[in-house]
Structures are given as structure tokens and as C-alpha cells.
Design a protein around this ligand. Structure first.
Ligand SMILES: NC(=O)c1ccc[n+]([C@@H]2O[C@H](COP(=O)([O-])OP(=O)(O)OC[C@H]3O[C@@H](n4cnc5c(N)ncnc54)[C@H](O)[C@@H]3O)[C@@H](O)[C@H]2O)c1
Ligand SMILES: [Zn+2]
Ligand SMILES: [Zn+2]
Length: 361
């Protein structure tokens, strides 16, 4: 029996999102039906709405979610109705060339539900990042559900499903920040603040937050920023160098996704340092750099997909740290909203008024 629920749909490029009826099939083999409890509004949802990710409209948005499993397909093991889960967009296949080489966090053939969710008239929906969780219920691959301690509040847990994990992992996994490193983070939204938190958890001695908005810089401090730079009023490369004995930071994490901020990250890093790009650019963006500088500055230039996380390894561990009071994830939740307030939340995100708006269902 299919389920008729409400969901947030992006119908066409640049058009405001709206709440529509979504038909969610019962789970088939390898699938799970999840009653969504909370789903954060991530900048990637806005990228989808603006056509920056693809042209497969209509999209069912929402992908930073936690909820309770309602039913699983006949062959699913290790997951059952009643389990509290964080949804992930990295259900590893175990068989692609990355998985076979023992690097499943790069998995090139991640699993999603096989059956389509649709609009009431049968139009198939493209769920954002294979999740589609701005909906009362969603259908995912069973591997997209990671069981965690249900003592954590759903609105906090869900954030580990995308942006906060992407930031934490960019620092912890991709950059491999170590005790004593100096780290700068450019862009202090949910992703950048996740990176600040990760750098601080890893024992960085300096964590320099860079943003164009003073409110964001104020918030960055509660996640462990030791210094802040407003790059509207000062040159961030010079400021980061001044704060690091003239050398630049060991690690610079770019969490905006623009050529100019990438260049800042490139030049604000010490010789042989690491740049991690976690912000997502749009298709028309180009980067131009002197090749001699790429060579001469050495080190490594990396991109971080989903913080190189492995949900089964990372989510339960981060939830435990949070429940022990060692990872202040509550501070990411600026407000909780209803399903029909997502469009307004995009405007607040754009205006820098929130870190995360989280839809409660
Ligand atoms: N790599 C991944 O796996 C992954 C996962 C989730 C999100 N993302 C991407 O990360 C980026 C950030 O996402 P978010 O949800 O934190 O967005 P957000 O809108 O909440 O935050 C972006 C921040 O960047 C700041 N900013 C904008 N222009 C700037 C500039 N020129 N210099 C310095 N700061 C600037 C804004 O003031 C804001 O604080 C987006 O591109 C998003 O798509 C990547
Ligand atoms: Zn794989
Ligand atoms: Zn996201």
C-alpha cells in the first residue's frame, strides 16, 4: 500500500518551493520506509532549487534528516521498524573499485531506493541526494539508514546527515587536522562551523574563522574559533598570515564554493600546507591560478565529498560524543520550522540570519 504524505517540491529552476502531496511506495527489497522527524535546510537544497545541481525537476528536497524506521523490505537485515536513524547519502556498495580497494568513503556506486516516489498524478520525483526528507515519510535504501542512540534530539541528529558531517569530516578526515595545527575556515555557515568544530576537536592550536558577516563570526566562536576575520573589511590572506607568524595556516578549509574564496584559501596556506574545498561551486565557475604557484607552494589541494565520512563509523561515534557533552551540536539549530516554511528558510539562509533552520515533522 502506498502512503500519501506532504512533501516540499522544487518544481522548476528558480521557482519558489511548495508543499504538495507525495506518494511513497511501501519498501521493496533493499529499501526502508522512514517516518521523518526532523530535516535541516542545507544550502545544497537551495542549489537544487536554483538548477545548480541538475535539471531533473521536480525535486523532492530535504536531505539532513533523522527519523524512525516504519517498515523495511523483505530481505533487509540489521534494520527494523522502530529503529531511530540518521539518513545518509553514502550507502556504500561494497563492490565498486573504491570499495574493493578498502576506501568505501569514496564509494562510486552508492545505493538509493529503487522505487520512485511520485506526485499525486504519477510524475516521478528526484529526491535530493537520493533522500527527499522534507516529507512526512520517505523511501530510501536500507543502507541509507544509520542507527544511533535515540537519546539525541532528532533536530540535532539530522544535521550529522549532511552539512555538519561534511564540515566535521573535512577537518577530521580529509584534511587530517592534527594536534597543534593552525587551521583557517572560510565561510562560517553550517558546513564551515562543522569544520571549525572538527578542527577544535582534533586539537588545532589556532582556528581562524573567516566570513563576510559579523553575526556568523560571532557564532563561529561557540564552535571553537580562536580568531575571526571579516573579509569584507580586511584582506583575509594577510590577516591569516598575520595570525600565523607570517606563514599562513597549515590547513585552510573553503566552505563557500566560489573561485575568489578558493584563491584566498590557496594563498592563505603555509608552504606544503593543505587546502580542502568543501563548498560546492556551480557549473559556470572557473578557476585561474599560476601553475608555478601550484607547484611552488607544494602541499595538497583536496576536495571533500561529505567529509569523506563513513556513516556506520562516524555517526554513532559523533552522537556519543554529543551525548557526553563533548560536541556542542545544539548550537547549530537556529530555529525549528514547519514544512511550509522552507521557502522562508531559504531567504533567511541567504540573508545570513540563521545557521540552520530545521523542519520538525
Ligand atoms: N562537500 C560536501 O559534501 C557538502 C555538503 C553539504 C554542503 N556543501 C556546500 O557547502 C557550502 C556551504 O554550505 P552551508 O550550508 O554552510 O551554507 P550557508 O549559506 O549556511 O553558509 C555559507 C557561509 O559563507 C559565507 N560567505 C558567503 N560569501 C563569502 C565570501 N565571499 N567570503 C567568506 N564567506 C562567505 C556566508 O556569509 C555564510 O556564512 C555550500 O556550497 C554547500 O552546497 C558541501
Ligand atoms: Zn562502492
Ligand atoms: Zn546538505
Amino acid at each position: 500500500m502506498a502512503h500519501e504524505v506532504k512533501g516540499v517540491i522544487a518544481g522548476g529552476k528558480g521557482a519558489p518551493v511548495s508543499v504538495s502531496t507525495v506518494i511513497v511506495p511501501d519498501p521493496g527489497p533493499g529499501e526502508a520506509l522512514v517516518a521523518v522527524q526532523a530535516c535541516g535546510v542545507c544550502h545544497t537544497d537551495l542549489h537544487y532549487r536554483e538548477g545548480g545541481i541538475g535539471d531533473d525537476f521536480p525535486y523532492l528536497l530535504g536531505h539532513e534528516a533523522a527519523g524512525v524506521v516504519e517498515a523495511v523490505g523483505s530481505d533487509v537485515t540489521g534494520l527494523a521498524a522502530g529503529d531511530f536513524v540518521i539518513l545518509n547519502w553514502r550507502a556504500v556498495c561494497g563492490q565498486c573499485r573504491a570499495c574493493l580497494r578498502g576506501r568505501p568513503w569514496y564509494c562510486f556506486a552508492t545505493h538509493n531506493a529503487t522505487q520512485k516516489m511520485t506526485l499525486a498524478d504519477g510524475t516521478p520525483l528526484s529526491p535530493a541526494l537520493g533522500i527527499g526528507a522534507f516529507a512526512e515519510k520517505t523511501l530510501v535504501a536500507a543502507g541509507q539508514c544509520t542507527k544511533v542512540d535515540p537519546a539525541i534530539r532528532p533536530e540535532v541528529a539530522g544535521l550529522l546527515g549532511c552539512g555538519v558531517m561534511a564540515g566535521l569530516g573535512a577537518a577530521l578526515n580529509t584534511a587530517g587536522v592534527g594536534r597543534g595545527d593552525s587551521v583557517a575556515v572560510i565561510g562560517c555557515g553550517g558546513v564551515g562551523d562543522g569544520a571549525i568544530l572538527g578542527a577544535s576537536l582534533a586539537g588545532a592550536r589556532k582556528v581562524i574563522a573567516v566570513d563576510v558577516d559579523d553575526r556568523k563570526l560571532e557564532w563561529a566562536r561557540q564552535f571553537g574559533a580562536t580568531h575571526t576575520v571579516n573579509s569584507r573589511s580586511a584582506d583575509p590572506v594577510e590577516q591569516i598570515k598575520d595570525l600565523t607568524e607570517g606563514n599562513g595556516a597549515d590547513v585552510v578549509i573553503e566552505a563557500v564554493g566560489r573561485p575568489e574564496t578558493y584563491k584566498q584559501a590557496f594563498y592563505a596556506r603555509d608552504l606544503a600546507g593543505t587546502v580542502v574545498l568543501v563548498g560546492v561551486p556551480t557549473p559556470e565557475m572557473q578557476l585561474e591560478l599560476p601553475l608555478l604557484d601550484v607547484f611552488g607552494r607544494g602541499g595538497s589541494l583536496k576536495s571533500s565529498w561529505y567529509g569523506d565520512c563513513l556513516p556506520t563509523r562516524d555517526f554513532p561515534m559523533l552522537v556519543d560524543l554529543h551525548l557526553q557533552g563533548r560536541l556542542p551540536l545544539d548550537a547549530f539549530v537556529s530555529e525549528t520550522i514547519a514544512l511550509d516554511e522552507v521557502e522562508g528558510a531559504f531567504a533567511k539562509m541567504h540573508g545570513g540570519e540563521v545557521l540552520r533552520s530545521v523542519v520538525l515533522l
